[in-house]
Design a protein around this ligand. Structure first.
Ligand SMILES: Nc1ncnc2c1ncn2[C@@H]1O[C@H](COP(=O)(O)OP(=O)(O)O)[C@@H](O)[C@H]1O
Ligand SMILES: Cc1ncc(COP(=O)(O)O)c(N)n1
Length: 513
């Protein structure tokens, strides 16, 4: 299930920190993001120019509006601005008890500007026990570890930072993620410290050379809240959030946002892995693929073979020659359908393609006991011609490559084009003669319009278009190419019987797999 995550934080109009960063981070790691705004800042990558804190009552109204309606799986707390805001949030937390609360105790921006009133630090301490995890940077950790008496002593070594985190964890009964982003040196370690279980989990990592560190704390805490809701395990959530943040940090500068500390690229990984491209629905694939072979279908409709078949004027010799090639075709088509069954990813597909293989070989046998019986003569015993061989080679090669989705795309035109032709012949679209019981090929035309075949074709279209809709764009394109190649072979196949008598259509000569 998608974690529903609420950020309660300030707004950064430059989009790198605050709720803007939170929503991007929650989305990037797979959550549904919500945001209740505590404060508005006027800031960019260089610094904070002004802060406006709306009345706390309005924050309470935002929070209640959400919790009255929506199940919240995790809360991330960011900039809380002042003591009144903190108390409003604390009240709401005490009433609603969200299952996961991650507190990023934002006090000072990367630029050095204050984001929390100095007199609100004690209110922040009261909030700590309501959190499951607090994620201070070194400066914030020093404030929380201090007594509030003298000035905070910021850790200069990682060992000092861990010691401060242990004392904060023990004093406030909260897990602490100490963050080493502001440490001097080549390392940027973090550590999860839990005094209750006396455990420290270290997350090592070299420092990434970049100026794009605006909003790293916001982004990390939001990602951890989301992933903790999903995993139910803190170290696993932190490990994954850090891996994602580090990938995003590496691509921040390339965004070219601002002249100061720029944002990380929250979606760098998703974009690189194809995340910006939308997927068509199966119905859209069906419409696009069918429209894409409209010219080929139109050419098939106009072939002398199809016209002669429809009006009954087609000579017996080329008709039987066509059936003989069809018999050769069906025999190998059945083998390729069987291979599609073997490669099918699920039982439904396995059953469908096996059943189709059976139907195809039965069709071939019926041709021999019927039209191509012993009295049919020489046309019926012709070996596979070049057109039949080329079509079968395309299908057999698709089977050999072992990609089920591409294979069933190659198999589809034979279902689809035949069914469409059969339905339109039976509807009289090619003239009334095709409906005459005295038509010389009446029984053959009837097999085209077989309702069972129509049902199978609908199913085949469903299997192929669902696979295409779920495929990557590249994979879908390979499927489409195999589909179009087969449609071209269909045209050539219908053109071949009369190819000697009439000119070969231009596109039928240009068949490529
Ligand atoms: N240059 C960097 N290279 C790698 N990780 C970094 C770098 N800067 C910050 N981080 C990581 O970003 C997260 C935020 O850390 P930090 O900068 O310490 O907090 P904040 O953004 O709250 O000031 C931590 O996981 C930290 O390790
Ligand atoms: C609204 C808002 N919230 C938080 C931060 C801190 O982010 P960082 O310390 O990573 O710059 C910020 N700059 N603005």
């Amino acid at each position: 299930m998608t974690a529903r995550v609420l950020s309660i934080a300030g707004s950064d109009p430059s989009g790198g920190a605050g709720i803007q960063a939170d929503l991007k981070s929650i989305s990037a790691v797979g959550g549904y993001g919500m945001a209740a705004i505590t404060a508005l800042t006027a800031q960019n990558t260089r610094g904070v120019r002004a802060v406006h804190v709306p009345p706390a009552g309005f924050l309470a109204a935002q929070l209640d509006a959400i919790s009255d309606d929506i199940t919240i799986d995790a809360v991330k707390l960011g900039m809380l601005a002042n003591a009144e805001v903190i108390r409003t949030v604390a009240d709401w937390l005490a009433r609603t008890r969200p299952p996961i609360v991650v507190l990023d105790p934002v006090m000072v921006a990367t630029s050095g500007d204050r984001l929390l009133d100095a007199d609100a630090e004690s209110a922040m301490r009261e909030l700590l026990p309501l959190a499951d995890l607090v994620t201070p940077n070194l400066g914030e950790l020093a404030v929380l570890a201090g007594s509030g008496g003298g000035p905070p002593v910021v850790a200069t070594t990682w060992a000092e930072a861990i010691a401060q985190a242990e004392s904060v964890s023990a004093r406030y009964g909260v897990r602490v993620l100490a963050k080493g982003g502001h440490l001097a040196g080549d390392a940027a370690p973090d550590a999860l410290v839990d005094a209750a279980t006396a455990t420290i989990v270290d997350f090592g990592g070299e420092r990434i050379a970049t100026t794009a560190t605006h909003g790293t704390g916001c982004s990390l805490s939001s990602a951890i809240a989301t992933l903790a809701a999903e995993h139910g395990d803190w170290p696993a959530a932190i490990t994954e959030a850090r891996r994602w943040l580090r990938e995003s940090l590496r691509h921040g500068e390339a965004l070219g946002v601002g002249g100061g500390h720029g944002p990380v690229n929250h979606f760098a990984g998703l974009w690189a892995r194809g995340g910006t491209r939308t997927a068509p629905t199966p119905a859209e694939v069906e419409a696009e693929w069918w429209a894409g072979i409209a010219d080929l279908r139109h050419e098939i409709d106009g072939l002398p073979f199809i016209r002669g078949l429809a009006d009954g004027s087609l000579e017996r010799e080329p008709f039987l020659g066509y059936l003989a090639q069809d018999a050769h075709y069906l025999r190998d088509y059945a083998r390729v359908l069987a291979e599609a069954s073997r490669l099918a990813p699920d039982a439904a597909g396995q059953a469908f393609w096996a059943n189709s293989a059976h139907g195809s070989i039965i069709g071939e046998l019926e041709l021999h006991t019927g039209w191509l019986g012993p009295e049919a003569g020489t046309a019926a015993s012709a070996p596979p011609d070049a057109t039949t061989t080329a079509y079968l080679d395309h299908l057999l090669a698709s089977a050999q490559r072992g990609d089920h989705a591409v294979l069933i795309a190659a198999l589809l035109p034979c279902f689809w084009i035949y069914t469409d032709l059969g339905e339109r012949l039976a509807a009289g679209e090619f003239g009334e003669a095709a409906l005459d019981p005295a038509h010389p090929y009446a029984s053959w035309l009837a097999t085209y319009a077989d309702p069972g075949f129509t049902v199978a074709t609908r199913e085949a279209i469903g299997f192929v278009t669902r696979a295409a809709a779920g495929a990557t764009p590249e994979h879908r394109e390979r499927m489409h190419r195999a589909f179009v190649a087969s449609a071209r072979h269909e045209l050539a196949f219908f053109a071949a019987p009369l190819a000697a008598a009439s000119a070969t259509p231009a596109s039928a000569g240009a068949v490529t797999a």
